[in-house]
Structure formats: structure tokens, C-alpha cells
Design a protein around this ligand. Sequence first.
Ligand code: NAG
Ligand code: NAG
Ligand code: NAG
Ligand code: NAG
Ligand code: NAG
Ligand code: NAG
Length: 489
Amino acid sequence: MENKMNKPCTGKLKVSRVSVVQEKLGDIVINLIKIGIVIGLIAFLSLAFHTAFFKPSWRLFGLPEHLRVQNYSRIDNGPTNISHILFGIGGSSQTWDYRSEYSKIWWDPNTTRGFVWLDKKPNILDTELLVPYKISHGWKQFKYLYSSSAVRIARIVYESFKLGLPDVRWFVMGDDDTVFFTKNLVTVLSKYDHNQMYYIGGNSESVEQDVIHSYDMAFGGGGIAISYALAVQLARTMDGCLRRYFYLYGSDQRIWACVNEIGVRLTHEKGFHQLDIRGDPYGLLAAHPMAPLVSLHHIDQLSSLFTNQSETQFLTNLTSAYNLDPARIVQQSICYDHRRKWSISISWGYTVQIYTTMLPASDLQVPLQTFTTWRTLSNGPFTFNTRWIDPDPCQQPAMFFLDSLRMVDSKGSITSYKRFYADGADKCNKSHLNVQVQRITISALKLDPEYWKNVPRRECCQIMDGGSIKGGNMHLRVKKCRLRETTAI
Ligand SMILES: *[C@@H]1O[C@H](CO)[C@@H](O)[C@H](O)[C@H]1NC(C)=O
Ligand SMILES: *[C@@H]1O[C@H](CO)[C@@H](O)[C@H](O)[C@H]1NC(C)=O
Ligand SMILES: *[C@@H]1O[C@H](CO)[C@@H](O)[C@H](O)[C@H]1NC(C)=O
Ligand SMILES: *[C@@H]1O[C@H](CO)[C@@H](O)[C@H](O)[C@H]1NC(C)=O
Ligand SMILES: *[C@@H]1O[C@H](CO)[C@@H](O)[C@H](O)[C@H]1NC(C)=O
Ligand SMILES: *[C@@H]1O[C@H](CO)[C@@H](O)[C@H](O)[C@H]1NC(C)=O
């Protein structure tokens, strides 16, 4: 009986013991949940407090320890200036010996921030270098099909980000033969919010290059600007991405592929110039798109057909005008001498052309094709229209090149352009020699960079002194158009 009684009892007991254990377990679980909730709450509140009262913490999340940004900026909504840009120049110890010459044209050690990234220590002495250098690390582990330096250079954005320097809004990559016009770069970048994911640059001028690579890729030589927000994402995904795209050709194409995985498209700015052309960039710079000049590349691959200047002479000349009026450099203006039936096209700070026929603005804004394509040296197609230029110098417009300049009252400038005679042009008769002008002087007020924040309108040009040519000199003025003013033949 007892046994019988006990059996069920033990059974009950067993059951109740199990249920007690279950209850206890349940209590523990509930307590654990409570504790969890409390901890979660505390964490949430402290995080909220932290977020509300301290630096923006979104930068902290999702990044491995070594990528965390150590240095925070104050929440700073001030306009973007040069100090917010970190340059990352893709170089090699071999080429930097001579290409560091380009940096002398544009790098101001007092204001420009950044590094040239090299594979190893350069041969040239540190004291002769303007741009501080860094040696790239960790790139040799990656597989590649064409060149390991493409991997190294693609990783510059990652390595620059990893430095964790304070107050960086934009990471700007360029080649060691890229010349930046940094004031205009700032003007362009300040239009965009660096807290959004931006991938800014330009593609190739030669359609054949865009077909092979991509129309919507920022070509590295022209410069690639990556906003801070995009750099955060890129830094996180870059190494995996470089492994996936080992078969791609260049560094810029790898960056493009990685940016595409994030889902960001190219913001095309027409002042970034890859200059994938051969010959003379004259036509392009004499009829530049209505956009601030941001960069030039491949200068040592080009030739100054018309001026017979060396590339450094050309750049020095251009830069001296740029320093005077950065926003206006190579901006086109068109005017007509109705009495003489002349069309005049100005590319401020670079060149002036006089045609002895009346050509409409829609023709004059098309670059003369003084170059061929990059890869096949063909007559096109390019990503813009071109006009044919007669190889006979007697049939070409009279050309003038910047010769001297000066500032006027800190608000304006006077630039002077000297007549250039191509080989054989001295033997031309007819219309060509009818242009008695030997020098053109242009006065202009400094162009406010704010001009580029609005939809630009080509500035107007006025013939001064009633069009008189005194001692071979003609005087023009470039100015803002009146509302109803047009450039009509
Ligand atoms: C943070 O910035 C300061 C000055 O801006 C600099 O001296 C320091 O080295 C930076 N720290 C890191 C970890 O980059
Ligand atoms: C750039 O802007 C920051 C504020 O955002 C300011 O502290 C700094 O002095 C500026 N630098 C230059 C070179 O204008
Ligand atoms: C940089 O600053 C120093 C001292 O402030 C000045 O002497 C020098 O001319 C500046 N360099 C340039 C390139 O502006
Ligand atoms: C200019 O052209 C002549 C021949 O046409 C050449 O001998 C000379 O080296 C050139 N000068 C420059 C600076 O390129
Ligand atoms: C431009 O270069 C030419 C030589 O090619 C020189 O004579 C002229 O003075 C230069 N102009 C300026 C503004 O530097
Ligand atoms: C230029 O003029 C000379 C005589 O002055 C003449 O012989 C020659 O054919 C002319 N050339 C052209 C292209 O008109």
C-alpha cells in the first residue's frame, strides 16, 4: 500500500519537483530578462545621453577597432574649405622623383593636407619634397590580374581614412601627374554635404576609354572625391571588395566597383579632367564647359602645338592667372566686332581667338579638335562635340596666348594676350593678315566663387574704346551679362 501510495506520491513529488525546478528556472529566466531589460535601458539611455551631448557617435558603429576614428571634430557646419580635404596621391618611388615637380605647381604646404602614397622610400631627398609621403602597407596580400600597384593605389582611400585625422570631410585621390586647382575643388565640393555618400569626378574624354572601363566611373587621373560618409562604408568593405575584383584593370576601376556595391552613383563634375587625349588640349581649354576648372592630368603626354611651350611653362602660365581669379580660369566669353565682322572667343587666363567670319555662339562653344583619342589616336568620338580645325595656319583663327597680367584694386584684373604665329603663318595673305591685332587686353572683375553655386550663365564680353586698335592693341572687357543681353551675331 505504502508502496502503492508512495508510488503515486513519489510520482506526484517527482512531478512537483520538476515543476518547482521549472518554476525556479522560469524565475531565473524572468529575472535574467528583467536584468537584461535594465541593462539595455541603461545602455540605451547612456547612449542617447552620449549622442545628445557629445560627438556624433554614428562614426563609431560597425567599424573594426583599428578603423575607428580617434579624433572627432566639433559638430561643425561651417563652409567647406581646403583644410577639410585630405589628399591621397597615388605615386611610386620610381615616378615620384620627377613627377613631384607637378606638386610644386599646386601644393601649398601651409594649407594643403595629405600624402603621396609610395611603394617604398623615394630616392629623392625628403627636403626636396613638398608633399609628405607615406609607404603603403598590406597591399601585397591581394591577388591581382594586371598590376599589384592598382591594388595599392585603390587602397589609398582606405589607408587615408585609417589615419583618423581630424576634420576631414573629403578624401580626394589623384595620380602623381594630376594637377589640382584646389580653390575650385573647394568651390565644387562645398556644394555637397559630406555627411551624404558622394562619389565625385569625371569620366574619360575618349569614348573608347569609357566603353572599355565605364561611363559612370570617376577616372583616377582626373581625381576622385569621396565624402566622409562614403569613406566610412568604403573602408569597411574595401579589402573584401579588392579580393572580389582582383581581375579589374586599374585602381580607379576597383574603387568604382566597390562604390557600386555600396549602391552609390557617380556625381559628374565637368571640371575634373582625366585628359585621355593625345595632341594639344588647346581646343578643350579654349572652350571649356561652364564649370570651374578642378584638375588636369596627363600633361606630360600632351603637347603645346600652338605655343611651343614646355608643359611646366604652360602650367606656370595658367596657374598665374588662376591665382589672380581662380573661379574665372579658362571660362569662355564671346563677342562680335560687328563693324569688322569678327567673332572673338576668349578663354580667360589662357587664350583668345579672332575669326574673320561671324560664327554663332553655338559653334564657338564647341572645342576645336586639336587632339585625337587616347587609345587608338582616332578623330573621335569624344564625350563632347568637336569642331574640325584646318591644318593650314592661314585658315585658322588668329590666336593669342596669355603673356602678362596684373591685379587691379584687389577686385579686378587686367590680362594681356600676345599674338601667336604658327609655323608658316607669316606667309599667309588675305583675311588672316587683315587682323592687325598683335595684342589683346582684357579687364575683368574677379568672379565670385558663389557664381558656381547657381546655374552658371556665360559672361558677356564688350569691345572697348569703340573697337579701335591702337598700336596693334585691342581692349576687351568681360562682365556679367545684363538680363536681356544675348550674344547674337
Ligand atoms: C588628434 O588630433 C591632434 C591635433 O589635431 C593630433 O595631435 C593627434 O595626433 C590626433 N590623434 C590621432 C590619434 O590621430
Ligand atoms: C576652415 O573651416 C574651419 C571651420 O569649419 C575653420 O576652423 C578653419 O580655420 C578654416 N580653415 C581655413 C584655411 O579657412
Ligand atoms: C607658409 O607660411 C609661412 C609662414 O607663415 C610663409 O613664410 C610662407 O611664405 C608660406 N608659404 C606659402 C607657399 O604660402
Ligand atoms: C619649339 O619648337 C622648336 C622647333 O619648332 C624646337 O626646336 C624647340 O625645342 C621648341 N621649344 C620648346 C620649348 O618646346
Ligand atoms: C607665359 O609664357 C611665356 C613664354 O612661353 C612668357 O613669355 C610669358 O611671360 C608667360 N606669361 C605669364 C603671365 O607668365
Ligand atoms: C599670297 O600672295 C602671293 C603674292 O603676294 C601669291 O603669290 C600667293 O599665291 C598668295 N597665296 C594665297 C594662299 O593666296
